[in-house]
Design a protein around this ligand. Structure first.
Ligand code: TYM
Length: 337
């Protein structure tokens, strides 16, 4: 259970546009949690460079993502918001932890397999090792919970294994073992074109995802064209098994309204997508319209964003220092001059 003594840590890569999957699977939940517990939210810019990014574009994306998180409701006075390239404790601890993580563990990471594809030999060492940096991101702050979408669950399990092994090998009680926190209804928001592929910023078809920057008419059109089937909606969401596109639209509706998929199917039982899609599109426009307008305001003020990220990095560095010190000490490594 998340409460005042919980510490929440989570991150997002600042690569291009935010989409509805990121929003429902992660950000919207961070916004709620910042009122319930101590939250650290960061832009994982050191993860973004595991593949080539045009530097000026990455710079723009970092500001754009910070603006988007604030537009979604992350309040820098409640949550610590920063980009982790500004906090050297992250790569420092990542090196120490990479000496605890086993090659066999990393070999099992499905995201590396997906992202490197057939060109595994040509992938960067950083892309392979990045789950260890992700472990450092979380373990540095003694996080109790890591709110993520389903696709990150394996990485959270890896950080638990690394923390346990380090604590055991060096006979210390240094790292808190974090729990993954996955929202059932929005764990995996799927592509609008293929209910078996997750909604992703790397999908070549823009029609597959709703971007947080999409204008109202683009949202309406994407939902109108979303792949579905000719059957009406059933009484129970369980009956949507085998209808992945229909299930996805119901899941999106449920997540947006904080309801269960079952209560949504009950309301629309017997109705087809001719009735359901306009209602869903309307809901999306109502939710995302105000976010898009706030985003435009914040993007126009890069100096304010810079100040927020710099302050967040100072806070994060201070919070990270004792754990990093503890890791050096546990390993028997002298520090300082
Ligand atoms: P990233 O940037 O790919 O995604 C950010 C968050 O959005 C969630 N997400 C989704 N949730 C539901 N449905 C989808 N279609 C969908 N697509 C993305 C992701 O699960 C994630 O929670 N490695 C991480 C960033 C990271 C991190 C961390 C996360 C770096 N360090 C430490 C947690 C803790 C990543 O690339 O997420």
């Amino acid at each position: 259970m998340i409460g005042p003594n919980s510490r929440i840590v989570s991150g997002i890569q600042p690569t291009g546009n935010l989409h509805l999957g990121n929003y429902l699977g992660a950000i919207r939940r961070w916004v709620k949690m910042q009122d319930e517990a101590q939250c650290l939210i960061f832009l994982a810019d050191l993860h973004a460079v595991t593949v080539y990014n045009e530097p000026s574009e990455l710079r723009r994306n970092i500001n754009g993502m910070a603006a988007a998180l604030i537009a979604c409701g992350i309040d820098p006075d409640k949550a610590v918001l920063f980009n982790h390239a500004r906090v050297p404790a992250h790569p420092e601890l990542a090196w120490l932890l990479s000496c605890t993580a086993r090659v066999g563990w990393l070999n099992r990471m499905t995201q590396f397999k997906e992202k490197s594809g057939k060109n595994r030999e040509g992938a960067s060492v950083g892309l392979y090792a990045y789950p260890v940096l992700q472990a450092a991101d979380v373990l540095l702050y003694q996080a109790t919970h890591v709110p993520v979408g389903e696709d990150q669950k394996q990485h959270v399990e890896l950080m638990r294994d690394i923390a346990l092994k380090f604590n055991t090998d060096y006979d210390v009680d240094l790292f808190t073992i974090p729990e993954p926190h996955i929202a059932e209804s929005a764990a995996r928001i799927m592509s609008l074109r293929d209910g078996r592929a997750k909604m992703s910023k790397s999908d070549t078809s823009d029609m597959s995802r709703i971007n947080l920057s999409d204008e109202d008419d683009a949202i309406v059109q994407k939902i109108r064209k979303a792949k579905t089937d000719p059957e009406p909606l059933p009484e129970s969401a369980l009956a949507l098994a085998g209808r992945p596109e229909a299930l996805n639209l119901v899941a999106i509706y449920a997540a947006l309204t904080d309801r269960t998929p079952n209560s949504v199917t009950q309301e629309y039982a017997g109705k087809g997508f001719g009735a359901f899609k306009p209602a869903l599109a309307e809901l999306l426009v109502q939710t995302l319209g105000p976010i898009r307008e706030r985003l435009k305001q914040f993007e126009a003020d890069p100096a304010a964003l810079e100040a927020i990220l710099a302050k967040g990095a100072d806070q994060a560095a201070e919070m990270a220092a004792p754990t990093l010190e503890g890791a050096y000490r546990a390993l028997g490594l002298p520090r300082g001059r």
